[in-house]
Design a binder for this molecule. Structure first.
Ligand code: ADE
Length: 283
């Protein structure tokens, strides 16, 4: 099965060259050539291979981190990975912690989300592409692929890292951070993490039939915690860079574990779910 698996890796803020080396990337498809029905992906696609598993890397914010969270073409990114033949997506994301129990530098594999974005294309099924025709109401429980998520946790534990299983990530529109009142409201809603990018990525991947899981890195405590410095973009980058090896190693180990599994059933089950969620008449 390993040769039928292809893992797309979406690198968030701060993840770039190190991943290219780790995954032996030696072939590149330009953004222009990866253009699809939804437009241009954020970056070139970098093709690599590790232990016989093919990998496609994509930088969410583009080369030099020039694309802000609202400006990311999430649909073009997911579609580019689908067309590249990916079966899985592993995403990395920097997040603010909304709880005492998640500390700076800690890894979390989220299992649910609250979508607070308001200025993004949030479905493939809007008539843009004939490949996605009809009206699709995709269920969001589970939001993230449970088996792939479990493998991220297994990989981190094997490496001896402190990783939390599960948590709700709230995605805000950005690019500004939350006010203190907003931060406290997100906590009251049950959010454990706050970021600007998991939505709509997670549900577009599901609509596209890709098994998607994310590893989040808590870089700050947003601004709810009276005794802490409030979040600042420069600090987010510093903390993420300090911990970049952890994310890289977890991704690498995860790919190796994915490789040893049989995924046909999972992929077919998701395909069936998508089909049965499309309420438009087929005739
Ligand atoms: N990414 C990293 N920290 C964040 C925060 N506090 N809010 C939103 N996105 C973030």
């Amino acid at each position: 099965m390993a040769n039928q698996i292809k893992v797309g890796i979406i690198g968030g803020s701060g993840l770039g060259d190190s991943l290219h080396k780790t995954f032996n990337c030696n072939n590149t498809i330009s953004r222009e050539n990866a253009k699809n029905d939804f437009g241009y992906p954020s970056s070139d696609l970098y093709y690599g291979c590790i232990d016989g598993v093919n990998i496609v890397l994509l930088s969410r914010h583009g080369a030099g981190h020039k694309i802000n969270p609202t400006g990311v073409n999430y649909r073009a990114n997911i579609e580019a990975l689908r067309l590249a033949g990916c079966t899985h997506i592993l995403a990395s994301t920097a997040c603010g912690s909304l709880t005492e129990s998640i500390s700076r530098g800690q890894l979390v594999v989220p299992d649910s989300f609250i979508d607070r974005t308001f200025s993004r294309k949030n479905t493939f099924y809007d008539g843009t592409s004939v490949k996605y025709s009809g009206v699709c109401h995709i269920p969001m429980e589970p939001a993230f692929d449970p088996r792939t998520s479990e493998i991220l946790i297994q990989a981190a534990k094997k490496l001896g890292y402190n990783i939390r299983k599960g948590g709700t990530v709230v995605t805000i529109e950005g690019p500004r951070f939350s006010s203190k009142a907003e931060s406290n409201a997100l906590r009251l809603w049950g959010g454990h993490l706050v970021n600007m990018t998991i939505c709509p990525e997670v549900f577009l991947a599901k609509e596209a039939g890709l098994l998607y899981a994310a590893v989040a890195m808590a870089t700050d405590y947003d601004c709810w915690r009276d005794c802490e410095d409030n979040v600042h973009a420069a600090d987010v980058v510093v903390v993420f860079k300090q911990n970049i090896d952890k994310i890289t190693n977890v991704l690498l180990e995860t790919v190796k574990i994915i490789r040893s599994g049989e995924w046909k059933q999972d992929i077919n089950k998701l395909k069936d779910l998508i089909e049965s969620s499309n309420v438009s008449s087929k005739d």
